[in-house]
Design a protein around this ligand. Structure first.
Ligand SMILES: Cc1cc2nc3c(=O)[nH]c(=O)nc-3n(C[C@H](O)[C@@H](O)[C@H](O)COP(=O)(O)OP(=O)(O)OC[C@H]3O[C@@H](n4cnc5c(N)ncnc54)[C@H](O)[C@@H]3O)c2cc1C
Length: 460
């Protein structure tokens, strides 16, 4: 890559990243955007520019809206580095990445991290068996190949679970059943936030519509499910659980688990930015101000990687973060930043008002946040919840010590799958808060990178 230093580099081409890049470019900045996917869109609008008519019908009107952002983005002067995996980001503005089997790097004066969310791990007995996927993974199949697993059972809770189930109905492969964890108690607690929910009435209506769609399709729903277990010898064969005092067992070939999404903090953790545990969303978030400024002067954050808000909030946050970054770079005045950002900030606040209701109604259950001893929580190194509890008895206080005790978080996923669970278990066992317990220290390379890729690096 040339030695050019960009004004702004954005990582992630979802609604947050595309909006940030477009806003920065509109104000005259030189902008580069890097993303793993071959097309812009992020999670929600994955492949939106090449989707077939059938896929648009299946995936719904919110999905189709993505083209209105992805098209102008591709037509803009923003340099789009697609199909690149970012494995290093430094406070000095260097971004190391791999593309087509070669390592490379670029430099920017300011970096906006817009890497979105990942699905919360769902460590239940049997979740490592072949045939168990996340609901998000099943949706990726729908968005990229138009394929829906037939007669799958969806397990967990959250708006995305309903969305994926409804999309499977529309694709002609309705799920066999939904096994949901939310309880009447969750829903009663959520009613405390009804005022905010009514401000976000469009989201409520959408949710009601999805549930009605599932009912019309005759999809069986079980709520307040506990003691959930997936069983099978070589692969998943059945899910068993207890609901309303009765034991159930449903056989299927595919099980899709989902308990909401959490910010992807791999890059912000690797940069040692400050993070804080959010008691309502039950996850860590990087600390940032209204403009997405973090504890580092040269790094901002936007979209779901700053805290879960959904696609509309992500797009607004992207624009707001770009304005903040431009002002930091002295490319626009503070008064311009505030004037342009004011309506965006107000709209974002309104869009966020539904969140406390949703986060409370679909809160992850304790028995999955801190699973029973026999459940594997670190899939890479096969460490169980019981192992982590034993480490605590031996004096282990936090996730980084747990690595030394038993390798949890030391596999290729770098703790993406087990990080939150290790923190939750250790916090409970040691009597510390999640913030005191901390999270895995993430190091470069953020993604596996081969020696061959590094050797192919050509410095200019
Ligand atoms: C699997 C999944 C499916 C979802 N589907 C929906 C949906 O259908 N509807 C909905 O309303 N919400 C959905 N969500 C929630 C969703 O994330 C949105 O709220 C929205 O897409 C957030 O936008 P964003 O711009 O913050 O991040 P995203 O849209 O997630 O975009 C982040 C981008 O960063 C890229 N990235 C991350 N790390 C790296 C790296 N190291 N190197 C290079 N690129 C990187 C990713 O490839 C991705 O394109 C989904 C979430 C997940 C995890």
């Amino acid at each position: 890559m040339s030695n050019k230093v960009f004004d702004i580099a954005v990582i992630g081409a979802g609604p947050a990243g595309m909006s940030a890049a477009l806003e920065a470019e509109k104000h005259g900045a030189s902008v580069v955007l890097l993303d793993e996917q071959s097309q812009p869109g992020g999670q929600i609008y994955r492949n939106v520019l090449t989707a077939t008519r059938r896929q648009f019908t299946t995936l719904g009107s919110d999905y189709a809206k993505g083209a209105a952002l992805a098209k102008p983005f591709l037509e803009s002067a923003v340099m789009h580095l697609a199909g690149v995996s970012v494995w290093q980001v430094t406070q000095g503005g260097h971004i190391g990445f791999s593309k087509d089997g070669k390592a490379d790097q670029i430099r920017a004066r300011h970096i906006i991290v817009a890497t979105g969310a990942t699905e919360r791990p769902v460590p239940i007995p049997g979740w490592t068996l072949p045939g168990v996927l996340t609901a998000g993974a099943a949706q990726i199949l729908l968005k990229s190949g138009g394929f829906a697993a037939p007669s799958a059972v969806l397990v967990g809770a959250g708006p995305l679970l309903y969305l994926v189930a409804a999309q499977m109905v529309a694709a002609g492969s309705p799920p066999k059943a939904l096994v949901e964890t939310q309880t009447q108690k969750n829903l009663r607690a959520a009613l405390e936030h009804l005022g905010g929910a009514l401000r976000g009435w469009r989201y409520l209506l959408k949710g009601i519509g999805l549930i009605a769609q599932l009912k019309r399709a005759g999809v069986q729903r079980y709520s307040a499910a506990t003691e959930i277990e997936i069983s099978g010898s070589d692969c998943a064969e059945a899910v068993s659980f207890k609901a309303k005092g009765r034991h159930h067992r449903i056989e299927a070939e595919t099980f899709l688990v989902h308990l909401g999404v959490v910010p992807n903090t791999q890059i912000t953790r690797s940069l040692r930015l400050e993070h804080r545990y959010d008691d309502t969303q039950r996850c860590f978030k990087p600390i940032s101000d209204a403009y997405g400024h973090t504890s580092s002067n040269a790094i901002s954050i936007a979209g779901d990687s700053a805290g879960i808000g959904g696609a509309v909030v992500a797009a607004l946050s992207g624009r707001i973060a770009a304005l903040g970054a431009l002002q930091k770079l002295e490319m626009i005045a503070e008064t311009t930043r505030d004037e342009v950002a004011r309506p965006l900030l107000l709209k974002r606040e309104k869009e966020l008002s539904i969140r406390p209701f949703l986060d409370t109604a679909y809160a992850p259950p304790e028995e999955i946040l801190r699973p029973a001893d026999g459940t594997i929580i670190c899939r890479c190194e096969e460490v169980t919840a019981g192992d982590i509890r034993r480490f605590a008895v031996l004096g282990c206080k936090g996730p980084n010590q747990a690595k030394a005790f038993g390798r949890s978080g030391m596999g290729p996923c770098q703790g993406r799958f087990c990080g939150l669970t290790v923190t939750e278990i250790l916090a409970k066992e040691t009597g510390q808060s999640q913030d005191e317990t901390g999270a895995f220290r993430i190091r470069t390379p953020l993604k596996p990178v081969t020696l061959g890729e590094l050797a192919a690096y050509e410095a200019e």
